[in-house]
Design a protein around this ligand. Structure first.
Ligand code: PRP
Ligand code: URA
Length: 208
């Protein structure tokens, strides 16, 4: 419950590639997508299965299936878009609910600028996608929005987290499940995660 750090050699190896400042934008994008697939595998571990009967080669066969109406993924603009394709690789049928937030560079407070949620979001679980969980302000704002819209359950998928942000989020919302590739050492004075990845949005979009 709460925080889940996905400990897997492939995830650790790939995260090491992201940490290098020498990793170019195209590789940073590709690796972010790959790590997202691994984290999605864990996020969806408890998804309930239904049964149905299919026509098999030797007669009727009972098979498992996940209802296509289970989830909505929620990329937080802009950096969360970099995780969207990897998430969709694992749950191709799910709806996408977009939340636009940026962190004010002075106050570090989140500023909301765009929201478009799945219409039936109250009958779905939400999987928030954002590479970085730093002070936790952006995630808290996204969770509050989703809770106001009565989602059934909230998961957050973050490549890297700071302990300060995780603690703040889970103190406020102990029912949220956070899946991450790394719990880093902490935040610097500008609210950047150390050792972190730097500005993940800029690295994904090639804007720095
Ligand atoms: C980054 C990141 C998170 C937020 C995390 O977004 O993608 O959304 O900061 O910081 P917090 O936990 O302290 O709120 P940013 O504001 O840089 O916007 P961008 O995605 O448009 O680059
Ligand atoms: N946003 C980022 O992109 N990186 C950080 O380390 C913190 C917030």
């Amino acid at each position: 419950m709460g925080l889940h750090v996905v400990e897997h050699p492939l995830v650790k190896h790939k995260l090491g590639l992201l940490r290098s400042v020498d990793t170019p934008t195209n590789v940073f994008r590709a690796i972010s997508k790959e790590i997202t697939r691994f984290l999605m595998y864990e996020v969806t571990r408890d998804f309930p299965l239904n049964k149905k009967v299919e026509k098999g080669w030797a007669g009727p066969v009972e098979v498992d299936y996940i209802s296509g109406k289970m989830a909505t993924i929620v990329p937080i603009l802009r950096a969360g878009l970099g995780l969207m394709e990897g998430a969709l690789d694992m749950v191709p049928g799910c709806k996408i609910s977009v939340v636009g937030l940026y962190r004010d560079e002075e106050t570090l407070e989140p500023v909301e600028y765009y929201v478009k949620l799945a219409k039936d979001i109250s009958s779905r679980v939400a999987i928030i996608l954002d590479p970085m969980l730093a002070t936790g302000g952006s995630l808290i704002a996204a969770i509050e929005l989703l809770k106001r819209n009565k989602v059934k359950k909230i998961y957050s998928l973050n490549l890297v987290c700071a302990p300060e942000g995780v603690q703040r989020v889970l103190e406020k919302f102990p029912d949220v499940e956070i899946y991450t590739a790394a719990l880093d050492a902490g935040l610097n004075e500008q609210g950047y995660i150390l050792p972190g990845l730097g500005d993940a949005g800029d690295r994904l979009f090639g804007t720095k």
